[in-house]
Design a protein around this ligand. Structure first.
Ligand code: PMP
Length: 396
């Protein structure tokens, strides 16, 4: 029998990153490619204890079907936590999702029609492009600088369904707009009636000082508020839990909830209860600083290695003040996608920058993303040294 693919299926593409990760799983490759948190930071003992407590105290509720909105105490926790970031929301606005990636899918499902426009940063998170594309939108890429999108460039987003923004230690560029830039972006968004979908999985991973308040704090997520906010437990606990959340205006919440119900009924209640059990008494206040300290040391190690091995051959990079990524610009003559095979042969992998652009142009071909958190400093040094040799050779 012939299968007829839906039109939207044509917009589903293999993730370049997942394809690269397959290569990098080969033994002996130093992978600076994946956005994988350092596994040493996963709180295994706390998870084991919490799991035992949940199974002892509430085994049947924890293993039963549960509410699509999410586990009440966890939703309360999220609302209280967001208040500390200046974001005042009601727990009733919090929808627990199966990773924040599902939040992106639900937002796309509820807000995007074929032919409608979605504005994105340039570059932006590849997983968001993948989540929105099947709903057949057209992307409008908003120009930016080292800090983030340019407020005046937002003009191009006028009429879009929303702009997807990732202000804190952006994946892939690592950039983080100042409070002033955020205020200007929020002001411009209001002026042109542009709703903002703000994704913040990395905000807690700051090194010296917390990032400025989310744009959502300025825009509001109330009845007339202009923002939807997404958060995740992947980078502060563990991604394998698949726990994230969407905070939405009350007017949109029912639609997101219905989309969630249709997608998977609810996020595993067992995981939600275990995570709530782990974090309910302030665990993250002690745990997250240990992640920050580790990642800062790793950032320093990569910064030093980049200076040693890539500086002399005309490469440029940002200096991330949080998060997980360096964004590197090679000399204009080099193409990061074309050179990846040679890098892998030399024992090191990275992600080329081009897939992170909604509309890749030749001028993006020399960009790439490096994660500084996944492998230890000695391997970072070895990996960057190998990259230096590959790029120097390519320059001739
Ligand atoms: N948004 C961004 C910007 C990300 O980098 C990621 C993970 N790489 C996600 C969302 C999805 O995270 P999760 O589904 O694990 O919460």
């Amino acid at each position: 029998m012939p299968w007829t693919l839906a039109r939207r299926a044509a917009r589903l593409n293999p993730s370049t990153i997942r394809e690269i990760l397959k290569v990098t799983e080969r033994p002996g490759i130093i992978s600076l490619a994946g956005g994988l948190p350092a596994a040493e930071t996963f709180p295994v003992a706390a998870m084991a204890e919490a799991t035992a407590r949940v199974l002892r105290d509430n085994p049947r509720e924890a293993l039963q079907y549960a509410a699509s909105e999410g586990y009440g105490p966890l939703r309360e926790w999220v609302a209280t936590e967001l208040a500390t970031q200046g974001l005042s929301v009601d727990a009733a606005q919090v929808l627990i999702t199966t990773g924040s990636q599902q939040g992106l899918d639900l937002v796309g499902k509820v807000l995007v029609d074929p032919g409608s426009r979605v504005a994105v940063e340039s570059p932006t998170y590849l997983g968001a492009l993948q989540a929105f594309a099947p709903f057949e939108c057209d992307f409008t890429a908003i120009e930016g600088d080292e800090e983030g999108p340019l407020p005046e460039a937002l003009e191009a987003a006028r009429g879009a369904r929303f702009m997807y923004l990732l202000p804190n230690f952006q994946n892939p560029s690592g950039r983080c707009p100042s409070a002033q830039r955020r205020a200007q972006l929020a002001e411009k968004a209001v002026a042109i009636g542009l709703p903002i979908v703000e994704d913040n999985p990395y905000g807690d991973l700051w090194f010296d000082a917390p990032p400025p308040a989310p744009l959502s704090a300025q825009l509001g997520i109330g009845e007339n508020g202009g923002a939807i906010y997404l958060g995740s437990f992947s980078k502060v606990l563990a991604p394998g839990l698949r726990l994230g959340y969407v905070v939405a205006p009350k007017t949109l919440y029912p639609k997101l909830l219905q989309a969630k119900q249709a997608a998977d009924l609810h996020t595993p209640g067992f995981n939600q209860r275990v995570v709530h059990e782990v974090i309910k008494n302030g665990f993250l206040n002690e745990h997250v600083p240990t992640i920050r300290a580790r990642y800062k040391a790793q950032r320093d190690a990569m910064q030093a290695a980049l200076l040693r091995h890539l500086h002399g051959i005309g490469c440029r990079w940002n200096a991330p003040v949080g998060g997980m990524f360096f964004w590197v610009e090679l000399p204009a003559a080099l193409d990061a996608t074309a050179l990846l095979d040679r890098a892998v042969e030399a024992g090191v992998a990275y992600v080329p920058g081009a897939p992170f652009f909604a509309a890749p142009e030749p001028r993006h071909a020399n960009t790439l993303r490096l994660s500084f958190v996944t492998v230890p400093p000695a391997q970072i040094e070895q990996g960057i040294a190998a990259l230096g040799r590959v790029f120097a050779q390519a320059l001739g």
